[in-house]
Design a protein around this ligand. Structure first.
Ligand code: 2HA
Ligand code: ZN
Length: 275
């Protein structure tokens, strides 16, 4: 079967195009990876090759040995993935030590997987372990409002989480573990990968200051929906802050405690500080 005909291939490409239409992937901005299930690999086996050279990942991910991923290509545009999946995406296989990968399909005209491959794989490794294999999607995008907030809010997880929770009642239900924030770093290497993987243990959303958002989830809808919810809350907060620095009224801390009970989610008290 062609990759673009499989359910996971269609879902991956749809999410690329949805993100593109949201304006979160200017030029070649953002990157995206999916940990492919063994039965899905069997569907596409006839289209995979095992002749490419092994290449260094730039970090070690031993718990991903032998896994396959569908990933976006470095320098490729999300908006082109539907018209030309094979030119813009790749299926990669991880070696038995978790140190190297090889391209089994895609990037037809040359190229390599996303420059953020170390971050993607280290975060997949952590999430695979923490969720008993449930999380399969890691998504990085550049939404304007959440990036804007990294210039005006303190870069603290408590503040980002609480301020965004207040913007839409359902936010705490959708990201009860809050939002991690890491200060500006050089993208594309092991350092930002190690830092992100520390935070992804206990969060599904990380904000890279002055850069973008990094999300983990079980499937495409959940992961995209999470990014969308965070970005929409950020948009509302930007609008509020553009009108006034002082909210006239908001959801009180006690309101969040009641919401947690009503929706049976546990909301950490560290986000419900007195203001
Ligand atoms: O351009 O988003 O973080 C790709 C990126 C790097
Ligand atoms: Zn980026």
């Amino acid at each position: 079967m062609q990759i673009a005909e499989t359910e996971f291939g269609k879902g991956f490409i749809k999410m690329c195009m949805d993100g593109h239409r949201m304006g979160w992937h200017e030029r070649n901005g953002g990157n995206f990876s999916y940990r492919i299930r063994p039965e899905e690999i069997e569907q596409i086996r006839e289209n995979l090759n095992d002749t490419d050279m092994w290449r260094e990942i730039g970090t070690e991910v031993p718990d991903l040995a032998g896994e396959y991923f569908l990933v976006t290509g470095s320098g490729k545009f999300f908006g082109n993935t539907e018209a030309d999946p094979e030119g813009n995406l790749a299926v990669i296989e991880i070696d038995e030590q978790g140190r190297r990968y090889r391209i089994c399909w895609g990037l037809r005209d040359g190229g390599v997987p996303t420059s953020e491959l170390p971050s993607h794989l280290m975060n997949h490794e952590v999430k695979k372990k923490r969720t008993n294999g449930k999380h399969r999607v890691i998504y990085h995008c550049h939404p304007a409002n959440i990036i804007a907030l990294t210039f005006v809010l303190p870069l603290k997880e408590e503040v980002f989480t609480r301020e965004l929770w207040e913007m839409m009642t359902e936010c705490p239900v959708i990201f009860p573990d809050g939002i991690a924030v890491i200060p500006w770093m050089v993208p594309g290497g092991k350092e930002i990968a190690v830092e992100s993987s520390r935070y992804i243990k206990n969060h599904d959303v990380i904000i890279w200051a002055h850069h973008g958002m990094f999300c983990s989830g079980e499937d495409f809808d959940q992961t995209f929906g999470l990014a969308h919810t965070v970005e929409k809350a950020a948009e509302i907060l930007c609008k509020v802050l553009a009108v006034t620095p002082v909210k006239r009224q908001t959801i009180p801390a006690e309101g969040f405690r009641k919401l947690g009970e009503a929706f049976q989610v546990s909301l950490p008290e560290k986000f419900l500080y007195e203001k």
